[in-house]
Design a protein around this ligand. Structure first.
Ligand code: NAD
Length: 485
């Protein structure tokens, strides 16, 4: 049922700041309190985020519970058709969403920026929305019939981060509704506006209450995780917050999908060709300014080609233009927020103090209005410094020298995170074997961070619980019921 009563909420970055509203039960709900959302490239106000209260959250959960009664009964083809309409809607509004995303997130419109993110949301929506949820016959013989059915769970609570707000919202929402659940989403307070607009567009297609958005601060997220009316939480964000969500969700025994932090290692073998792999390494590390869960965050290069690989990466770094994402010539924007900006400055300074050799970058420009930081490559570092041991989540890559394969695999695995990893070599067969020795959810050969809608994605160790994408990701939005007759 189309949503008639929601006026368009969009922002231009010019003129008076626009007040955005929650969307609850298909209607705009405008609270008393709003907070400014800041463009990290300019410091200007992009729009005003509605600050939700626990009452707003309760109303959203109630709307989602009411909508669940009918949405769960809609046929598979009915829900697949709704998802296909959503993909088309994203396509129709791609440019508008991309501009709003650039304004609040900072990423450039072009390259691997906002248009790419909205295109990704559309591609994932089309793929996951079309998946089947078949009934599996486990046994059918003289002794009886055993069927495995997958049923919706109920109300899914979604909490998203600020690095890919629309793409990650689509990863949470679409499989949930495809499987027959209803959703309450809380976006990051740093980047809530593009998600609100996305949910508004969804409400032009879906019945009221199937997808609701309540924006607000971190306390609202905590209230979701412990809410009695929410049956499952899907969360993408830091490990620290993931642990808090798990603790809050324990009381109500909610199902959880947690996509958490990463500190992915990439290992360059001695037979790799430095000029051929340089671009893949570079964008594996610096996509979205390194503010990417499965970016390459620790690069290990064999001693025999160490200097050559470093040289190729410096050459590429010097070609990258960084600036306001609205300017089409820029391929990287600012760091998204002040806290993250300060963290990168600190980690690079710490590496320098501990003997790191800054090959390029390493100092933020003075008198900039935005949180700009150059692409930074730090050589001659090792474990035991923060830039290597911690997730930097920014544009600073430590490059570590190694001599022995067994030793480098052990060092790559010596980390609490286990999201992604990669092996770079001219011998793909051998590289695949080594990839299997990496302790991570996804291991790539001669690429890094290349995710796709049909390949389940998730972390091991502290990087998370469960997977998203593909059939396995869709099934995380279902309860199994076995019928034995
Ligand atoms: P964050 O954990 O600070 O915040 C994420 C969300 O959690 C925000 O919406 C925030 O408001 C909310 N939140 C904060 N405290 C909460 C609490 N106590 N209870 C419930 N919700 C709470 O993360 P961030 O800084 O927005 O994102 C960066 C992190 O996300 C990085 O560690 C990155 O690796 C990770 N990440 C992981 C993936 C993945 O798929 N594994 C993808 C993207 C980002």
């Amino acid at each position: 049922m189309p949503l008639k009563n929601v006026a368009t909420q969009s922002a231009t970055g010019q003129g008076a700041a626009i007040k955005f509203s929650h969307i609850i039960g298909g209607r705009k709900v405008t609270p008393e309190v709003h907070e400014p959302v800041i463009n990290p490239a300019t410091g200007e106000v992009v729009g005003l985020m509605p600050v939700g209260t626990v009452d707003d959250l309760d109303a959203a959960v109630k709307a989602a519970r009411e909508a669940f009664v009918l949405w769960r009964l809609v046929s598979d083809t009915g829900r697949q058709s709704a998802c296909s309409k959503i993909a088309a809607k994203l396509n129709d509004h791609a440019e508008e969403l991309a501009r709003l995303l650039t304004l609040e997130q900072g990423k450039p419109l072009g390259g691997l920026g906002s248009r790419w993110e909205i295109g990704g949301a559309q591609a994932w929506t089309a793929y996951s929305g079309a998946l089947d949820i078949p009934i599996k016959t486990i046994q059918d013989n003289n002794e009886g019939r055993v069927e495995l059915h997958r049923k919706p769970i109920g109300v899914v609570g979604s909490i998203t981060p600020w690095n890919f707000p629309v793409l990650i919202a689509s990863w949470h929402i679409i499989p949930a509704i495809r499987a027959g659940n209803t959703v309450v989403i809380k976006p990051s307070p740093n980047t809530p506006l593009s998600t609100i607009r996305f949910v508004q567009l969804l409400n032009e297609i879906l019945p009221p209450g199937v997808v609701n958005v309540v924006a607000g601060d971190n306390a609202l997220g905590a209230a979701m995780a412990s809410h009695r009316g929410i049956d499952k939480m899907v969360f993408t964000g830091s490990i620290a917050t993931g642990k808090k969500i798990m603790a809050s969700a324990a009381e109500t025994l909610k199902k959880l999908t947690l996509e958490l932090g990463g500190n992915d290692a990439g290992i360059v073998l001695p037979d790799a060709n430095p000029s051929q792999i340089a671009e893949g390494l570079f964008w594996g590390a610096f996509i979205n300014n390194g503010q990417t869960c499965a970016a390459l965050k620790r690069l290990y290069v064999h001693d025999s080609i160490y200097d050559e690989v470093c040289g190729e990466l410096v050459k590429l770094a010097n070609t990258v233009s960084i600036g306001d994402g609205l300017d089409e010539k820029n391929v990287l924007g600012p760091i998204q927020n002040e806290m993250q900006f300060r963290k990168i400055c600190e980690l690079v300074e710490d590496a320098r103090v501990h003997g790191g050799r800054i090959l390029t970058g390493g100092t933020a420009p003075e008198n900039s209005k935005g949180y700009f930081y150059p692409v930074t490559l730090v050589a001659d570092v090792n474990h035991g410094i923060r830039l290597v041991d911690e997730e930097q989540f920014g544009p600073a890559l430590p490059i570590i020298r190694y001599h022995d394969i067994d030793e480098v695999i052990a060092r790559a695995n010596d980390n609490q995170n286990g999201l992604g990893g990669s092996i770079w070599s001219s011998n793909v067969e051998e590289a695949r074997k080594l990839a299997l020795r990496l302790e991570c959810g996804t291991a790539w050969v001669n690429k890094h961070g290349a995710i796709q809608p049909n390949a389940p994605f998730g972390g091991i160790k502290n990087s998370g619980i469960g997977v998203e994408f593909g059939e396995e990701g869709l099934f995380e939005n279902t309860n199994i019921q076995v019928v034995i007759s």
